[in-house]
Write a protein that binds this ligand. Sequence first.
Ligand SMILES: Nc1ncnc2c1ncn2[C@@H]1O[C@H](COP(=O)(O)OP(=O)(O)OP(=O)(O)O)[C@@H](O)[C@H]1O
Ligand SMILES: [Mg+2]
Ligand SMILES: [Zn+2]
Length: 389
Amino acid sequence: MSTPTPAAVRKEVAAHGEQVDAEREAEQSLARRCRPRTFTQCAGQDLAATMLRRVAANRAPHHAYMFVGPRGTGKTTMARVFAAALNCPESDAGEPCGACSTCEAIAHGSDIDVVEIDAASHNKVEDARDLASKVGLAAVGGRFRVFILDEAHMLTTQAWNALLKTLEEPPAGSVFILATTEAGKVIATVEDRCHRVNFTRPATGTLSIKLQEIALTEGIHLAEDARLLIARYAQGSYRRGLGALEQVAALAEPGQVIDATLASRALGAADARLSAALFAAIVGAHHTDALALIAQAVADGLEPSAILRDLERHCREVLICTTVGAVPDSLVYSAEQRDLLAAHAQAVTAQHPIGVIDRIAAALRAISDGADARTQLEVCALNPFGATR
Ligand SMILES: Nc1ncnc2c1ncn2[C@@H]1O[C@H](COP(=O)(O)OP(=O)(O)OP(=O)(O)O)[C@@H](O)[C@H]1O
Ligand SMILES: [Mg+2]
Ligand SMILES: [Zn+2]
């Protein structure tokens, strides 16, 4: 029997991948199903996208890149898009088509020229040697071989040392992408050999637009206030945002419009309006209102510590606005919230949000020491302003 050609192997692997993927598609998480396949689809990472698109268009990549940024911001996603951009036969000015068999195979993780390694579970010297030996094979047919090393900061120093040489002088057509949330933990000799690409946390507004787009394609009816609540809840992680959207959608009846009340119940996260109302009640010493708001929120199923955390976020935003004397665009995601922040920022001095933040910290500490959470929340809200604990 003759040995199969690389092209034949590639085809077989891809066909197998497609079949498995078709079976799994239905049960795949929303975040995985909606993973961007082109640079344009990667929201909020314009700098990274522009740079990598240009590199792919020139077909002259550096031999190693380090993608640095917080969780769920698209490092692995962009690494795959870059690999596709380098290898897609239909690519246009560095933008992969996202639909050809190469793009499909890369998206599904079944392309033999794109190797993804989870450094967290393969962090030993042997793993590094194994990888180095894989890199030894040159790419064929003008393709690029791309090695994506996820959680790169987890590799041991010995493992890095075993990889250094390969990283410095990989065979022609090989590209390394090291992805990490903690660049500081990657040894300097490795960092020096890589071109660094930074990934940033998207603003709530950017996330909210992405959520809207995905809700539309998925047939999820999402009201604006729910969308904003989920975007806030995501804390700058697309993955967390999409996970939350999926969780909320699972609770809705078919065809039901998801509003902030439903989303807040599904996620156990406070609606921004609750935090704002609670803040106003606290600084205005409207104790009965504060108690009523807390009682309602708890009856709606919110955890007292989650209410405290959301209140803390509102305090921080008010504090920023009072300090800079305006509502910065980076904080704004809806007209209603801009008005609320502007009103609160005008009505208080910096001492108010700072005072509440201190009390929240004390309440959270007490809760972690075993104190009753609801009582702590109420004490936090009822303590006469200016009093310390
Ligand atoms: N820029 C983006 N635009 C749109 N969706 C995104 C973006 N970044 C991430 N996502 C979504 O979030 C999911 C997780 O992204 P990804 O795995 O790329 O994050 P990561 O930065 O590698 O996170 P980690 O540090 O945890 O490995 C993707 O499947 C995708 O659905
Ligand atoms: Mg990743
Ligand atoms: Zn393609």
